[in-house]
Design a binder for this molecule. Structure first.
Ligand code: GDP
Ligand code: ZN
Length: 359
């Protein structure tokens, strides 16, 4: 195996040199435990710990290695490596709660946003996950799973719905039970690229990953024992996130932790995803237009004329408000809660004027 198969690229090599880490070997973090990591390089896998110095320097959770990170290591002996530094992340999937940031996965190329047809199917949810992905520089793709539960017509209808709502986003239809679309999924996954799976619990993320792994052979199953004998801790301290290199190439990160992901500080990602709205907003009369009820607002004008999807607009307003809220400190939140009540009222009136009944 080459380091490129593990996702190493010119981006990391440039940064490694810039940071003067040329003397260290590079490895990728494939699992994270409370005080230890499991890392992988071209030669194999090792447990690893971070140096006391690094720990001392780390001021926030983001300063610690996360699954998917490239780290500069020195092998203490055959069975243990010491992490001396983290290379800057090309992309990141993170969530924020309070003033804490948690890195879910680093250096992810594509986030599969998984939804299944048997649940309360909701197009807005896609945008929510897209925003999380894009705020960290990760490209989203749609996986609609359990299509075995749909008729041919229903399936075609879902597809055209998704295509018109999310132009430019790749869409894969899969069924784990009927082995449908799994080859497309495998072919979509490129050697040396990293993929994570986002989506609510029960949509079939683990089932899909197990299929991709061809049901994990023993050598890919996590060896928690190595870590516990080393750090004195058992398997209960793992975050549950784990990176796998697929036999046919490509890297997938399994993220049980993504189940409760909120909007975090995805504000930038929201704007990126709603390009159309961002472009329109530039032409609003007021620079700080909230696109609720202001005169000369191009966004509400576009909704009224049917150029902008009403649902999409409503979802934008919602996500924006949620992201803003996450970014504020507590005092601001209290003030905003009051102001926001007023804003929401206005926005609702605006939507009502536009004939949007469901708000
Ligand atoms: P996760 O929580 O997203 O990881 O979802 P799981 O992989 O645990 O799957 C949840 C449930 O959905 C399990 O009972 C699976 O057997 C079932 N499931 C997964 N994929 C499919 C599918 O393609 N079709 C059908 N009908 N059921 C599926
Ligand atoms: Zn506006």
């Amino acid at each position: 195996m080459k380091v490129e198969d593990l996702g190493y690229s010119a981006f990391f090599e440039t940064n490694r040199n810039k940071l003067g880490l040329g003397d260290f070997a590079m490895a990728r973090v494939i699992a994270e435990f409370k005080e230890a990591y499991r890392i992988k390089d071209a030669d194999g896998e090792y447990p690893a710990k971070i140096t006391g110095k690094r720990m001392f320097e780390a001021s926030s959770r983001e300063d610690y290695p996360a699954v998917g990170d490239w780290v500069a290591i020195a092998k203490a002996d055959d069975d243990l490596a010491v992490i001396h530094g983290i290379l800057p992340r090309a992309t990141v999937i993170k969530r924020k709660y309070g003033d804490k940031v948690q890195i879910i996965a680093a250096n992810v190329d594509v986030a599969f946003v998984v939804e299944s047809v048997d649940r309360d199917y909701n197009l807005n949810r896609f945008e929510r996950y897209f925003a999380i992905a894009q705020s960290g520089g990760v490209r989203p793709a749609i996986v609609l799973n359990k299509v075995d539960l749909l008729s041919r017509e229903e399936s075609d209808e879902r597809r055209s719905q998704l295509e018109s709502r999310f132009p430019g986003v790749d869409i894969l239809f899969t069924s784990v039970v009927q082995n449908e679309g799994l080859d497309e999924l495998r072919n979509y996954i490129a050697t040396g690229k990293t993929y994570c799976f986002l989506g609510s619990s029960g949509v079939g993320k683990s089932s899909l990953i197990n299929k991709l792994l061809g049901n994990p052979p023993a050598n890919e199953a996590i060896r928690t024992d190595d870590i516990s004998s080393y750090s004195g801790r058992g398997k209960h301290v793992t975050t549950g996130r784990q990176m796998y290199v697929l036999t046919h190439g490509g890297i997938v990160i399994d993220n049980p932790g993504m189940r409760q992901v909120g909007m975090g500080d995805a504000s930038g990602g929201i704007d990126a995803f709603f390009d159309q709205i961002t472009v329109l907003a530039k032409k609003c009369r007021y620079v700080d237009c909230t696109h609720a009820h202001e005169p000369g607002c191009e966004v509400t004008k576009a909704v009224a004329s049917g150029k902008l999807d009403k649902e999409k607009y409503a979802n934008y307003v919602n996500l924006k408000k949620e992201a803003k809220y996450c970014e504020m400190d507590d005092v601001e939140k209290r003030v905003k809660d009051r102001q926001f009540g007023k804003f929401l009222k206005k926005a609702k009136e605006g939507l009502k004027d536009l004939g949007h009944k469901d708000w």
